[in-house]
Ligand binder design. Structure first.
Ligand code: XMP
Length: 317
């Protein structure tokens, strides 16, 4: 029978033997998979694991700083790279969702490649690939997905020539969480909702700029904080706010307003392939809507997405 304890012991021993005194580079995304992979490798090879955490400027509010600190507290040898400006430049004026993904994937690879190749004598690239990624060759979790889907664009970056190590490739998501728990990892890391590699870029419909990112970060942070406050966060598979490319009329005092609309999305799912919208309490929606409209400047309307997948997708882009 599979047990997380036996898995940890066996995997750490295997990694030690396989890697020896070599160096490994790993891209952290803040998600469950890359975090658990990092802790396993850290147990096996300690400071010879070099982690890179890239800020693409499209993460949730404060997430870059919080997650980076969390990783440091775990004792990981992690370098944070704030590449917000590079990503924003590359995204300027792009409206098409697939072109956004391509631009983000390309810049991520450039940034990661610069960092990875600046570490001397690296021989391995570690990834948090899990079994469903292996089967479907898709991932819902950041860097590994980005690397996989873009590695054949414009020749192989240097880091792609490294040997690959994927300690989680035989595990399902729930097993990854159990392995993390076995290693006493923070429940806040293990319970984190899936978040797409392109981040808020595919939740801002149309062209992106830093002002829109900031606005959406504020609305999203209120939504997520309220889900936690109402103890709904762990009952939802994935949730987030979407910034719509429309203005609508509202009133504030005696003034007519003409401002942005934010959609809220919360779904139940097991693998992201199909999903149902979550029947959140009306009082929760009411409070959250009021709070967003009162606190987030530039928003005068909030709607709740009641579409299932299929035919709608989870993300709006
Ligand atoms: P959709 O919108 O296709 O999303 O129903 C299914 C799951 O995949 C995530 N997603 C992505 N993850 N890069 C990623 O790493 C992407 O480009 C991407 N697009 C969607 C989405 O968040 C959901 O969990």
């Amino acid at each position: 029978d599979w047990t997380p304890g036996a898995f940890v012991d066996m995997t750490v021993a295997d990694l030690k033997e396989k890697i020896g005194d070599d160096k490994v580079v790993l891209g952290l995304s803040g998600g469950v998979d890359s975090s658990v992979a990092a802790i396993l490798l850290h147990k096996a090879i300690g400071k010879n694991l070099h982690c890179i955490f890239v800020n693409n400027g499209l993460l949730r509010k404060d997430e870059y700083d919080q997650v980076l600190h969390q990783y440091k507290d775990l004792g990981l040898n992690v370098k944070g790279v704030d590449a917000t400006a590079r990503f924003m430049d590359a995204l300027a004026g792009i409206e098409d969702p697939e072109l956004k993904r391509k631009a983000i994937g390309r810049v991520f690879i450039e940034v990661f490649d610069d960092e990875a190749t600046s570490i001397e004598n690296v021989t391995y690239l570690a990834q948090g690939t899990i079994y469903p990624d292996v089967i479907e060759s898709i991932s819902v979790n950041g860097p590994s997905a980005t690397i996989k889907s873009h590695h054949n664009v414009g020749g192989l970056p240097d880091f792609m020539k490294l040997k690959i190590v994927e300690p989680l490739r035989m595990l399902f998501k729930d097993e990854v969480r159990r392995v993390g728990k076995e290693m006493d990892m923070d429940p806040n890391i293990l319970g984190r909702h899936p978040f797409p590699g392109p981040g808020l870029a595919i939740r801002i419909l149309g062209a992106i700029d830093q002002g829109k990112v900031r606005l959406l970060q504020e609305a999203d942070a209120i939504f997520i904080a309220n889900l936690k406050k109402w103890e709904l966060y762990d009952k939802v598979w994935q949730a987030g706010a979407i910034l719509l490319p429309v203005n609508s009329v509202g009133v504030m005092g005696d003034e007519r307003t003409y401002e942005k609309c934010v959609a809220l999305r919360a779904v139940e799912s097991t693998d992201g392939m199909t999903a149902d919208w979550v029947d959140l309490p009306y009082k929760f929606l009411q409070d959250t809507s009021n709070e967003i409209i009162n606190k987030v400047k530039g928003v005068n309307r909030v709607v709740y997405d009641i579409s299932s997948k299929p035919p709608a997708t989870i993300e709006w882009e």
